[in-house]
Design a protein around this ligand. Structure first.
Ligand SMILES: Cc1cc2nc3c(=O)[nH]c(=O)nc-3n(C[C@H](O)[C@H](O)[C@H](O)COP(=O)(O)O)c2cc1C
Length: 189
């Protein structure tokens, strides 16, 4: 298989957990054309931290519980490992399977979003792990994405989408997905 020019990301949108300082939130790394980007809601802490520091770490991982915790709450300082990169202190998640440090540049600011260009400056890969597709895991991610908007809007159309994914998690997920689901439902109630 040819290595992607976005390696270790793939063309399209890669769901990762972004860390800036001791702060973590799920974000999409968008790889299109010859660009690597993030579109970050300006209402998020992540947006202001990226503006401040100019560096962001993409943690590549497959733990649904951490995705839900990072989306809806603050992680513990113990969840992070701090290190120096390009003369700056940066943080990654200790449970990350692989991680990439990106230098970030704000390309565009709209009322709602920052469009941020990313340039990889360090890539660390775990020994290759095989992660078979699990629809329960995918549905935790989908429900969490909709959930982060639902807590702000209480839009019933979002609730319907979340309910669809809740059914899939129950049908296809393992114990970790079910734990993530219990957490998610707590945050949404
Ligand atoms: C899988 C997933 C992907 C997400 N991708 C983005 C994204 O690309 N941009 C964004 O602004 N928010 C995204 N979110 C929502 C943020 O993670 C969420 O709003 C979070 O609460 C922001 O946290 P913060 O304010 O602590 O930075 C995503 C959520 C999930 C679950």
């Amino acid at each position: 298989m040819n290595q992607s020019r976005f390696w270790p990301m793939q063309e399209g949108i890669n769901e990762i957990i972004a860390t800036v300082r001791l702060h973590a939130a799920p974000m999409g790394v968008i790889c299109r054309g010859d660009r690597i980007m993030m579109a970050v809601f300006r209402s998020s802490h992540t947006a202001s931290l990226i503006e401040e520091t100019g560096l962001v770490v993409a943690n590549i991982m497959h733990d649904p519980v951490i995705f839900v915790r990072a989306a809806f709450s603050d992680l513990d300082p113990d969840d992070f490992i701090e290190f120096e990169e390009a003369g700056h202190q940066v943080c990654r998640l200790s449970s990350a399977e692989s991680w990439v440090v990106y230098r970030s540049r704000i390309d565009q600011k709209t009322e709602q979003k920052l469009l941020v260009s990313l340039e990889p400056i360090r890539i660390e890969l775990a020994e290759s792990t095989i992660v078979p597709i699990n629809r329960g895991f995918n549905s935790v991610i989908e429900a969490a994405v909709h959930g982060t908007r639902y807590v702000l809007t209480r839009d019933s159309a979002l609730k319907d989408k979340i309910d669809h994914h809740v059914d899939l998690v129950k049908r296809c997920g393992g114990e970790r997905e079910l734990e993530a689901l219990r957490l998610l439902q707590g945050y949404l109630s």
